[in-house]
Write a protein that binds this ligand. Sequence first.
Ligand code: NAP
Length: 237
Amino acid sequence: MNIKGKNAIVTGGGRGLGKAVALALANEGVNVAITGRNEKNLKDTVEEIKNIGVNSAYATFSVDDEAAVKKGIESLAEQLGGVDILVNNAGIGDFGSIEEMPSETWEQVIKTNLFGVYYAAKAVYPFLKEKGEGDIVNVASTAGLKGGGNMSAYAASKAAVISLSQSMMAEWRKQNIRVITLTPSTIASDMSIQGGLTDGNPEKVLQPEDFAEWVRDILKMNRRALIANGSIFSTNP
Ligand SMILES: NC(=O)c1ccc[n+]([C@@H]2O[C@H](COP(=O)([O-])OP(=O)(O)OC[C@H]3O[C@@H](n4cnc5c(N)ncnc54)[C@H](OP(=O)(O)O)[C@@H]3O)[C@@H](O)[C@H]2O)c1
């Protein structure tokens, strides 16, 4: 399907996976608005997107603040002239044992990764409902499919995102909204490299561009086709 002229919002679009997705969609002719907390990254990325020749805008807010998410999404929807696609990508990875991780950190991971996805989807839904169709891509993780040592907060948050996303799909597909739950394995980014999960070697390890091409291709499928769930792994890291 040609997605040229559609309007997308990518949360966490100023760096990492979100930035790669924003640029890949812009290269398809999609107008892309991005969100995050770091205004400089957002401004620089908006410039890159505009240089591709599409419309772009940004909003600065933390996804754990419902009122700020709603205000930011509504402002971006107005600037773009509507929303067709939400990529719910913003997230944090904090790793450590259950015993040692402070409860505040544990709560913040859940608040950012789970509530962030919920707030952004809830804010975008009225625009998709009004249009009579749309797409929501929720970025979970293979960590959400199975918990493991030193990742209790992250794995629990992503397991909850998978479940939330499945509920969204059940409720919203009747309005022609495709809710897509993605569970990528380790991809080279600030999160995975600083978290010690990978050295990010581009010869072997998935790069943000690989993830972005995958998301782009899923969104380009004929609207009758819904990729409900999907995983992506490095072949031989
Ligand atoms: N990399 C991997 O191996 C991997 C694997 C599976 C799933 N994922 C998931 O993919 C998504 C992107 O991860 P990444 O690897 O690109 O991580 P990253 O490089 O650390 O980037 C995280 C992004 O999320 C935004 N963000 C974080 N906390 C936020 C908050 N409270 N409010 C608003 N924005 C916030 C950041 O923007 P600001 O800095 O501007 O706030 C940044 O754009 C995450 O949901 C992650 O869990 C990653």
